[in-house]
Design a protein around this ligand. Sequence first.
Ligand code: PBG
Length: 332
Amino acid sequence: MPFPLHRMRRLRSHPWAREMTRETRLHKSMFVEPFFVTEGKGRRVPVPSMPGVCQLSVDTLVEECAISREMGIGAVLLFGLPETKDGVGSEGYSPKGIVARALEALKESLPDLYLIADVCLCEYTDHGHCGIIGAGRSAGPATKDVLNDPTLDLLAKEAVVYAEAGADMVAPSAMMDGQVRAIRSALDAKGLETLPIMSYAAKYASGFYGPFREAAQSAPQFGDRRGYQMDPPNVREALREVALDLEEGADVVMVKPALAYLDVLRRVADSSPVPVAAYNVSGEYSMLKAAAERGWLDENRLVMEILTAIRRAGADIILTYHARQAAKLLDG
Ligand code: PBG
């Protein structure tokens, strides 16, 4: 008997056969749509490096979120652009800060929309770092560094303010050691023990955040984030970050960015006992938008291919600026 010819093409020829045998499916309930909220009224300020994304004032944010909800997107993630910035990011944890007010307005108008608040200081500090700055400890000439432990209290305060303003989940992204534990104990102390934490557990120091920093006006004014975000070549370290965040009380762990880190996502998904999120970040979005604008890539097709790949690599939740477009495509 000669080796039989295996007819792999049998299930590929009819569209329904392909539909029926698909191993990975996307659903709108997996998507979280990020939004940037700014001061003022009636504002929709386009972000040049992220076509289709705007900075929104609280009133227009409510309008846009209502549209997203209508389209079947159940969860949003909020980033704030404060009126003023200072060395300690005080607008981030002021109960009158921009994200706190946005949460209150959204909770009131769209009570069934799931609200996730990013917890970090970089949008609120004048130096653009994710924590407060002090003297560095390395040998040689005087350096400045992001101070870990003093930052924890501020992140915890910020998380409590957002929770009390209406957030259904908080998502710490500052990459300070111990941030999940600090936030968990602060929430618990306020009787918010049922509020979940989605931790940016494996967040890499990535060039893919470039457009976000324009959108959130959060570029560091000196140095970079390599002293607290992860080094891109590492994967064992990601597993350790995840393990530590779980120990500290994380309910969901995130890998970020997504596309250049699908191997990390797969490793985390294989070992994580909790749901795994992946952040399809700004640079990944803008790359596709730019190529599509030039007619080099088919945008709709690639949106689905990319999100499906992230899902296939193990994500339960996908944070993506393509959420609306993907929702539309899934509706057919
Ligand atoms: C805040 C934060 C960043 C992103 C999410 N939260 C930027 C950064 O770390 O510089 C990036 C999101 C994106 O690029 O879409 N720390």
